[in-house]
Design a protein around this ligand. Structure first.
Ligand SMILES: [Zn+2]
Length: 186
């Protein structure tokens, strides 16, 4: 795409599991943002006991604590505008981890929902099935409900990191409400 690491002013981490932060080494010149509770949970010896790998972080890693203090966003309890225009917003999506966040990008006629590990894939989100090991399944289920609610309110392209279909949905601008997706969840 012609974008180099130095062109990336900010990197927003959805959470600090290794498969989401191991690429940090490529961005020594960028601002790195993560939720304060996620940083605290992942750091130090206790972080290691919790399954994080803080010992693998680059020496220079000193993330900016991204306080989600702009109030609720739809059914999401907390949010923070990341641009003056408000077209990029970080929202709290707790469940997979307590400090997990997602990023919404207004992109023309649709909202891109950069979901990290909010759910493994779109079908599980639509079905409201909490996957994997999370600290609190009720909170995770509430987050999935909030995602569905948002998608009902505005055209949304849902993009979980590990969903093999995310890249295709992005390329084809496939909305959450597209009939084929609803059928897949039934
Ligand atoms: Zn994870």
């Amino acid at each position: 795409m012609g974008i180099g690491p130095r062109d990336v002013k900010r990197v927003v981490l959805t959470h600090l599991h290794m498969d989401h932060d191991a690429g940090l080494v490529h961005f020594p010149h960028s601002q790195i943002l993560a939720a304060p509770s996620e940083i605290d949970t992942a750091s130090g010896f206790m972080g290691m006991l919790r399954g994080y790998l803080p010992q693998r972080w680059p020496d220079w890693f000193n993330p900016i604590r991204l306080e989600l203090d702009d109030g609720p966003f739809g059914q999401f309890a907390a949010s923070k505008r990341l641009t003056k225009a408000g077209d990029v917003v970080a929202i709290a999506t707790p469940g997979h981890t307590a400090g997990h966040l997602s990023v919404l990008v207004e992109d023309g006629d649709a909202t891109l929902f950069l979901a990290g590990d909010t759910s493994y894939n779109q079908a599980l989100m639509l079905a409201g099935k909490v996957d994997g090991v999370g600290p609190d399944t009720k909170i995770a289920a509430a987050t999935l409900r909030a995602v569905r609610h948002l998608a009902e309110q505005q055209p949304t392209i849902y993009l979980p990191t590990h969903d093999p279909e995310s890249a295709v949905r992005l390329a084809t601008r496939q909305l959450v409400t597209a009939p084929v997706e609803l059928g897949a969840a039934a």
